[in-house]
Write a protein that binds this ligand. Structure first.
Ligand SMILES: CC(C)(COP(=O)(O)OP(=O)(O)OC[C@H]1O[C@@H](n2cnc3c(N)ncnc32)[C@H](O)[C@@H]1OP(=O)(O)O)[C@@H](O)C(=O)NCCC(=O)NCCS
Length: 197
C-alpha cells in the first residue's frame, strides 16, 4: 500500500488510494460509536486492518471505490468518501451507483464531507460518464441527509426501503431514505448556479 494515487483534489482535500499509514484513522472510524451510530456493526481493530488492506483492490476498472480523504494542510487522513454499485437487487437497478461518506468525529462540522462528495460527483459525471448517483441513509441520520441536500440531491420517496442487510436485531436501523441526482441535473445546477454552496 505505497501507492499515493490521487483521484480528485479540492481546495482543502485530496481523495486518494489508501496507505498503510491510514491504519489508525481507519481503526478509529470503524470503532467509534458516534461514527457508527447508524450501523448495526462495529469492526475490531483486526477487522478494520484486514478491510483496509482490501480497499484499494476493491476500486473497480471504472474508478469506483472508497477513497481516503486527506487534509491538504496537514496531510492527515480524516475518513472516506466513495462511489460503488448499490448492490441492492429488487431495490435499485443492477448498475445503480451509490455515493457514501464517513469521517472521524473530530472532522465533522467543517464542510469536508460535502466538499469531498461534490468533487467525487463531478468526477462521476464528467470523467466517468455515470448517468445518475443515489445516496441513502437511515432516516434519522440527519447529518448524512444534510450532506445529500447540500449536494443538490433530491429525495425520491418512492425508492425508500427497509435495508435487507440490517439484522432484525436492529429494526430501528432498517428504514432508509433515498436521495438522487442525475448528470443532467448536476450539469444544469452548475450552469445556472443553482447548486447549494
Ligand atoms: C455524515 C457525515 C460525513 C457528515 O459530516 P458533517 O461534518 O456533518 O458534514 P460536512 O462535512 O458537509 O460539514 C457540514 C457542516 O460544516 C459546517 N462548516 C464549517 N465550515 C465549513 C466550510 N468551510 N464549508 C462548508 N461547511 C462548513 C457547515 O455549516 C455544517 O455545519 P452543521 O452541521 O452545523 O450544519 C458525518 O456525520 C459522519 O461521518 N457520520 C458517520 C458516518 C455516517 O453516518 N455516514 C453516512 C452513512 S449513510
Amino acid at each position: 500500500m505505497k501507492d499515493r494515487t490521487i483521484i480528485v483534489e479540492t481546495p482543502r482535500l485530496v481523495l486518494r488510494h489508501w496507505l498503510a499509514s491510514d491504519r489508525d484513522l481507519f481503526r478509529e472510524i470503524n470503532a467509534d460509536p458516534k461514527v457508527m451510530e447508524f450501523f448495526a456493526f462495529r469492526r475490531t481493530h483486526e477487522e478494520a486492518d484486514a478491510f483496509l488492506g482490501r480497499l484499494n483492490g476493491m476500486i473497480n476498472d471504472n474508478g469506483m471505490g472508497f477513497y481516503a480523504v486527506e487534509l491538504k494542510a496537514s496531510h492527515e487522513p480524516i475518513g472516506f468518501c466513495g462511489l460503488s454499485y448499490a448492490n441492492m437487487p429488487g431495490i435499485f437497478p443492477d448498475q445503480a451507483v451509490e455515493i457514501g461518506w464517513r469521517l472521524a468525529t473530530r472532522f465533522w462540522g467543517k464542510g469536508y464531507a460535502s466538499e469531498a462528495a461534490r468533487a467525487l460527483l463531478d468526477y462521476a459525471f464528467s470523467e466517468k460518464k455515470i448517468e445518475a448517483v443515489v445516496s441513502f441513509a437511515v432516516a434519522e441520520n440527519h447529518r448524512s441527509t444534510a450532506v445529500m441536500k447540500r449536494l443538490g440531491m433530491h429525495r425520491v420517496p418512492t425508492l425508500d426501503f427497509d435495508h435487507p442487510r440490517v439484522p432484525d436485531s436492529h429494526p430501528q436501523l432498517k428504514p432508509h431514505v433515498v436521495y438522487a441526482v442525475t448528470a443532467d441535473e448536476w450539469n444544469r445546477q452548475a450552469a445556472t448556479g443553482s447548486r447549494p454552496a
